[in-house]
Design a protein around this ligand. Structure first.
Ligand code: MTE
Ligand code: MO
Length: 257
C-alpha cells in the first residue's frame, strides 16, 4: 500500500486533515497521479484536489438475488410535527422539494416532477457505523440532473440536505437532521434522490417521500425526509457548523466506505 507516514504527518500538519481528506486518503495514495497532485497541492483545498482526481470509482452494485430480506430502518423512522403528518396524509401529493441558496434558478419540484425526470436504479450495500449492513434497490433521479436544472451560482461548493425530522435534541437545543456533500459526490452517477426502494414507493421508515443515496459513504450521510437542498459555500451558520447532524456530534464529514 506504500502509504507514507511522513506524508500523513505533513497533511495533518498542514491542516488538511481537518477537512476530512484522510478518510478517503488511503485509497487515493495508491494512485501515482493523485499522489503527484497531493505532493504539489499544499495550498489547494480538498474540493480542488477531489476535482482533480482522474476517475470517480463506482460503488459496487449487486443483483436482485443479493437483496437483503430485511432492511433495518435506523435513526428517525417517523418524523414528528404537524407539517409532516399533513403531507403524509395526502401521500405527499402536496410535498415539494425546494432547491435554493447559491443557485441561478431556485426550484420547487413535486414528486411527479422528479419522477418525470430520467431515473436510475441501483442495488447497493448500505453500511451503518453502528455495525450493520443491508443490500437494497433504490430508484430515483440523479442529483446532478436536479442541480443542472437549478444551475449553480459561482462559488457554490456544497449541497446541504435539510430534513423534516429532529432526530435528537442535544448541543444547541436543536436536533434538526441535515447533511451535506461536495460537488464531486453531488455529480457522481450513483448519487441519487431516491423515491423508491425495493420496487415500491419509499416507505416513511426509510425516508419518504425522498432520501439521498450517496453510495460511497456511510449510512448517516444518506439523508432521509429531504425537504430542501441548499447550495452553500461553507457550513458556517448551519447548526453546529460541521456540515451534518452527526458531524456536529464528532463524526467525520467525509464518511468514505
Ligand atoms: N433525516 C434523517 N436521515 C437519516 C437518519 C435520521 O435519523 N434522520 N439516520 C441516518 C442513519 S445513521 C442511517 S444508517 C440511515 C438509515 O436509513 P434506513 O432507515 O433506510 O435504514 O439513514 C440516515 N439518514
Ligand atoms: Mo447509521
Amino acid at each position: 500500500m506504500g502509504f507514507d507516514l511522513t506524508r500523513r504527518r505533513f497533511l495533518i500538519g498542514s491542516g488538511v486533515a481537518a477537512t476530512g481528506l484522510l478518510t478517503g486518503c488511503d485509497a487515493l495514495v495508491e494512485n501515482a497521479t493523485v499522489n503527484d497532485v497531493l505532493q504539489k497541492a499544499e495550498s489547494l483545498t480538498l474540493g480542488t484536489q477531489r476535482l482533480l482526481m482522474p476517475h470517480q470509482p463506482l460503488a459496487r452494485e449487486y443483483t436482485e438475488a443479493d437483496m437483503s430480506p430485511v432492511f433495518k430502518a435506523n435513526g428517525t423512522s417517523q418524523p414528528d410535527g404537524e407539517e409532516y403528518a399533513r403531507l403524509m396524509e395526502s401521500n405527499f401529493a402536496d410535498w415539494k422539494l425546494t432547491v435554493n441558496g447559491m443557485v441561478q434558478r431556485p426550484l420547487e419540484l413535486s414528486l411527479a416532477d422528479l419522477k418525470a425526470m430520467a431515473s436510475r436504479t441501483q442495488i447497493t450495500r448500505h453500511d451503518c457505523v453502528e455495525g450493520w449492513s443491508a443490500i437494497g434497490k433504490w430508484t430515483g433521479v440523479q442529483l446532478g440532473l436536479v442541480l443542472e436544472k437549478a444551475g449553480l451560482a459561482p462559488g457554490a461548493r456544497f449541497a446541504v440536505f435539510h430534513c423534516a425530522d429532529e432526530y435528537e435534541k442535544t448541543l444547541d437545543g436543536s436536533g434538526q437532521y441535515y447533511e451535506s456533500i461536495d460537488l464531486v459526490d453531488a455529480w457522481h452517477p450513483q448519487t441519487i434522490l431516491a423515491y423508491s426502494m425495493n420496487g415500491k414507493d419509499l416507505e416513511v421508515a426509510h425516508g419518504a417521500p425522498l432520501r439521498l443515496r450517496v453510495e460511497r459513504q456511510l449510512g448517516y450521510k444518506h439523508a432521509k425526509y429531504v425537504m430542501r437542498i441548499e447550495l452553500v459555500d461553507s457550513f458556517k451558520g448551519l447548526w453546529g457548523g460541521k456540515g451534518g447532524f452527526w458531524e456536529d456530534r464528532g463524526y467525520e464529514w467525509y464518511a468514505g466506505i
